[in-house]
Design a protein around this ligand. Structure first.
Ligand code: SAM
Length: 326
């Protein structure tokens, strides 16, 4: 095992007081492993699964299968036919806070959608009347549209705008808003992938500032009594728990929600209800998740009547009507 960098040592001390746990955490990053791949069934499962599966966790939704690490589901013909979307278990963990939402959902808005995993998870679990997927980086739109089309996710519209745009045009309209934020990507290291500069404080601060801007803009879109899910795949508290603290200080009408099935994963770094998957537990490379509820109680707003005419959608997947909600 190579020697940990000073920045990784510093992070491990920030995350854990126990030296044994610091060492196990560092070890999991310096000796990357292959975690179980997962599939999210978007169409009905075949009676006999074409893959070897790992045991399901107690809270695992019926539309998710965890596969044995040697399976390559992206290469099976059912993938091309749109039967499922491939994702890792950390993403399932992060998106699973949505399983606690029991109210009917008209609109789901995903602010950072490409390549589409959390959008598809949200669509499958909450069955909204409309899924709006936004991705600000133009070159990432193609893979998002391709996944939405392949998996036949509808009604769905894909947009390509900066987060700031939406607070003004569709305030308080979506029952569920997702912010799967761009981050320093430290958990990539636990999968043996590259994440240059991911432990550097300048990079972490740059990401934290961007995350604050995105989540603040996202807050304006959440309907009263609606939810905002914030997730990352990085370990630094500055991009996770501290974003949660900052957010409720600026938007005190949002309250973090307890997610019963995630209680064993409560972050030990805060008293806020928020949850962590750590790389050394073996289930996935790592994730952070927090679900806020907008406690305001006035009626939700409707999408403006000119929304479909005046916005340049990159792609619309809908059954018939021009406006999927009409
Ligand atoms: N939610 C996606 C999924 O589950 O497949 C993954 C999203 S990835 C973690 C973060 C996304 O945020 C990237 O697609 C990235 O292009 C986008 N992004 C980058 N900068 C952004 C910004 N300033 N505002 C909004 N999104 C941004």
């Amino acid at each position: 095992m190579e020697k940990p960098s000073n920045l990784l040592l510093k992070l491990s001390r920030q995350l854990f007081t126990d030296t044994g746990e610091q060492e196990t955490f560092i070890h999991s990053l310096l000796t990357p492993k292959k975690f179980n791949p997962c599939i999210l069934w978007t169409q009905e499962k075949p009676q006999t699964l074409p893959f070897e599966t790992a045991p399901a966790l107690s809270w695992q939704p019926h539309f998710i299968d965890r596969l044995s690490p040697t399976e390559k589901p992206g290469k099976h013909p059912l993938h091309e036919q749109g039967y499922y979307y491939c994702l890792d278990f950390s993403s399932v963990f992060a998106a699973s806070s949505l399983l606690s939402i029991k109210e009917p959902v008209n609109i789901i808005f995903d602010m950072c959608a490409a390549p589409g995993g959390k959008s598809i998870f949200a669509w499958k679990s909450l069955q909204p009347q409309l899924l709006l997927c936004n991705e600000v980086i133009s070159k990432r739109i193609g893979m998002l549209i391709s996944n939405i089309k392949r998996c036949q996710i509808q009604p769905c519209a894909v947009l390509n705008r900066d987060p700031e745009f939406f607070g003004e045009i569709i305030p308080q309209t979506a029952q569920v808003v997702l912010v799967d934020a761009p981050c320093s990507g430290q958990s990539l290291i636990a999968k043996g992938e590259k994440a240059d500069g991911c432990f550097h404080p300048v990079n972490i601060n740059k990401n934290a500032n961007r995350q604050k801007r995105i989540i603040a803009n996202a807050a304006h879109i959440v309907a009263p009594q609606g939810y905002l899910a914030y997730t990352t795949c990085t370990y630094s508290p500055e991009e996770n728990e501290k974003i949660g603290d900052w957010f409720i200080s600026k938007f005190p009408h949002f309250q973090p929600q307890q997610i019963p099935h995630l209680t064993p994963h409560q972050s030990h770094l805060t008293d806020l209800a928020c949850y962590r998957m750590w790389p050394h537990t073996g289930e996935g490379a790592g994730a952070f998740t927090i679900l806020f509820k907008n406690t305001n109680s006035e009626p939700a707003k409707q999408l403006p009547s000119n929304f479909w005419d005046e916005n340049s959608f990159r792609f619309i997947n809908r059954t018939n009507a021009k406006n999927p909600l009409s």
